[in-house]
Design a protein around this ligand. Structure first.
Ligand code: SAM
Length: 297
């Protein structure tokens, strides 16, 4: 590739990738400096861009929105996985909807109790590109406990007869193929696919600094379906405003979402995880006063 084609893309100007969305974050933008564009194509479902950044490793962008960077992905992948996995006393069967990069699976299979982890990804291009450009995330795609299904996650749930202990929705944002994952029907489908003490977690697409009213709306939707709904978040520099919200739900009175029901030793914890620990599990549900009033008030 010539120096010019290495950096030529409509979203890259003067060597900087710009994430701009009037829908999600009007009046502000995230920029990352690009070293090289590795892949730019349109799949059947979305516009895909993969580039090597100067400071955040390889970056996956879908429909103009940053999905993962090699430098900070562990924050999100660990929190969306280990919050429900450590709240559940014995998670054996796990379902991941979306998540074709493989990062969530990498975290799921760290739990020895897991017997099977099913990934339902709509776009096989994401799996292929992850194997090539995101090896630190895609390694678990070939794990013996992992089953991969190339299908729409909503349809998969409509047809599913299997029950799961934990279901993780690691989807892209509501505009595009993941739109259905933010509506009430979807949470009913999740509930019917859960085993008795089952837990679901979804990326909430927002955080308290962006459209906080959307978080409240999503929480209200979840509360129509589940008896326990809690809002948590992780900090991560490359999601806009440096945070991403997570909605955790269960219908079981025996499950404590805020407190881990299992712990590993401090030594094992720090060997296994870079972000998650049993204190951050609990503290990640604590919100600043104004946000707590809106979301939990
Ligand atoms: N961590 C990311 C975030 O919050 O920005 C999400 C990353 S992950 C790559 C999102 C995945 O969800 C994409 O690979 C996308 O193809 C997949 N996806 C979107 N809609 C889907 C659907 N209806 N069924 C299954 N997978 C879907």
């Amino acid at each position: 590739m010539s120096e010019i084609s290495k950096l030529t893309h409509p979203r890259v100007i003067d060597g900087w990738f710009r994430e701009i969305s009037d829908e999600y974050f009007p009046g502000q933008a995230m920029m990352l400096r690009v070293e090289e564009i590795l892949l730019a194509e349109k799949s059947e479902f979305q516009d895909i861009l993969v580039f090597k950044s100067t400071d955040y490793g390889n970056v996956l962008v879908l429909d103009g929105i940053i999905q993962v960077t090699e430098r900070d992905e562990f924050a999100y992948q660990e929190m969306i996985t280990h919050l429900p996995m450590f709240s559940h006393p014995n998670p054996k069967r796990v379902l991941v909807i979306g998540g074709g990069d493989g990062g969530v699976l990498r975290e799921v299979v760290k739990h020895p109790s897991v017997e099977s982890a099913t990934l339902v990804e709509i776009d096989s291009t994401i799996i292929d590109l992850s194997r090539k450009y995101l090896p630190g995330m895609s390694s678990a795609l070939d794990h013996p406990k992992v089953k991969i299904c190339i299908q729409d996650g909503f349809k998969f749930l409509e047809e599913a007869s299997e029950k799961f202990d934990v279901i993780i929705t690691d989807s892209s944002d509501p505009e595009g193929p993941a739109e259905a994952f933010f509506q009430e029907n979807y949470f009913h489908l999740l509930k019917s696919a859960l085993s008795p003490n089952g837990i679901v977690i979804s990326q909430a697409s927002e955080n308290i600094w962006l459209k906080i009213a959307n978080l409240k709306k999503l929480k209200n939707i979840c509360e129509k379906v589940f008896s326990q709904v809690k809002y948590s978040y992780c900090t991560i520099p490359t999601y806009t405003s440096g945070q991403l919200g997570l909605m955790v739900c269960t219908d079981s009175p025996e499950i404590e979402l805020i407190t881990p029901s299992r712990r590993v030793s401090r030594k094992e914890e720090s060997a296994l995880f870079r972000y998650y620990n049993s204190e951050i599990h609990t503290q990640s549900f604590v919100l600043p006063t104004w946000a707590d009033k809106v979301i939990n008030g």
